[in-house]
Design a protein around this ligand. Structure first.
Ligand SMILES: Nc1nc2c(c(=O)[nH]1)N[C@H]1C(S)=C(S)[C@@H](COP(=O)(O)O)O[C@H]1N2
Ligand SMILES: [Mo]
Length: 322
């Protein structure tokens, strides 16, 4: 398929290649370090230019693992189920801007530039802002949370995200009393993401939450995974994670949030309103028109489990829907 190649003089120093099993060792190292202050996050550590062009996904991930984010795990957010293997999670992705295939996104996105990156927040707010993602990384209270994650296609995973509650950002911009929804938008540039030339899909990718959902403690603006910044295929440099909703609500590579009083016209809902609702809470008793949602299967192990209402997060969110 056609893909924009930007020659960069890539080389792969052997020192960047570390085995996947080092992840656990690094995590304990991060824990010993404790929370490192804001100043410790240097831009050069985060620059994707520091990464060599990888031969395979293990090499891609090793370059990220070599630059860990020093963030503490929040013990409130752990999952009984076994954590999904990092390589498995990084090779089973949905990112329709680049492809409708799942396995190869890391490769198709090699030249995706995620720095510098601005996030704009406006609409019905008292203090509209444009923020640089690296400033957010330095300023916001980052933490690690292990969440269940459930795609509407019935696959599921358990992964450690790094991020901060969206609430913390909304409090900065101060929604007005008229604001009822948060609309979120992915970048729109077909030179970068070739599938955005596919006119059968309603680009750009838009998602949204009610303001109450956006302010919920579980709603995480996410900048990292498995102890390091997000690799492109997971929605770098900043994406949403709403663990009680189907995965398509967790919009990737966000450039703008707009507070509105109208329900946003979301991407999948626009494409197929019967199949993809605005609310889209995980619910075993509401089948997709083409398949059951009663069970889910874990990527990697293929273990099957019963689907849980609100993906198991009812204690935190059920009150929103009463
Ligand atoms: N911009 C954008 N965001 C997106 C998607 C997409 O195609 N484009 N896919 C969604 C779907 S269907 C899922 S299941 C999750 C997948 O996230 P992951 O690849 O990190 O597992 O991203 C969601 N966010
Ligand atoms: Mo999905």
């Amino acid at each position: 398929m056609p893909y924009l190649k930007i020659p960069k003089g890539w080389d792969i120093p052997e020192s960047h290649v570390t085995p996947e099993s080092d992840y656990m060792n690094r995590r304990s190292f991060i824990k010993e370090l404790g929370v490192v202050g804001a100043g410790a996050l240097s831009l050069s550590l985060l620059s994707p230019d520091a990464f060599a062009r990888p031969k395979n996904v293990e090499e891609q991930l090793a370059a990220f693992q070599d630059k860990p984010l020093a963030v503490e795990h929040n013990p409130q957010f752990t999952v009984e189920r076994q954590m999904t293997d990092e390589v498995v999670a990084a090779t089973y992705n949905n990112f329709y801007e680049f492809s409708s295939g799942k396995k190869n996104l890391w490769k198709l996105m090699e030249d995706f530039e995620t720095r510098p990156w601005q996030l704009e927040i406006g609409g019905l707010v008292h203090k509209p802002m444009t923020l640089d993602v690296d400033d957010l990384l330095r300023q916001m209270p980052l933490e690690e949370r292990v969440y269940r994650f459930r795609c509407v296609e019935t696959w599921a995973m358990v992964v450690p995200w790094i991020g901060f509650p969206l609430k913390a950002l909304l409090e900065k911009v101060q929604p007005t009393s008229d604001a009822k929804y948060v609309e979120m938008l992915t970048f729109w540039n077909a030179d970068v993401a070739p599938q955005q030339r596919n006119s059968r899909l309603p680009w750009p990718y838009v998602e949204g939450l009610t303001l109450a959902e956006a302010m919920n403690e579980l709603t995480l603006l996410t900048v990292g995974i498995y102890g390091h910044i997000l690799p492109p295929q997971h929605g770098a440099p900043i994406r949403l994670i709403v663990p009680w909703k189907y995965g398509f609500k967790s919009i990737k590579s966000i450039v703008r949030m707009t507070l509105t009083n109208k329900q946003p016209r979301t991407f999948w809902h626009t494409l197929s309103p019967r199949e993809y609702g605005f609310e889209s809470n995980v619910n075993p008793t509401v089948p997709h028109p083409r398949w059951s949602q009663a069970t889910e299967w874990m990527i990697g192990t293929r273990e099957r489990h019963p689907t849980q209402l609100y993906n198991g997060y009812g204690d935190a969110v059920a009150h929103l829907y009463e």
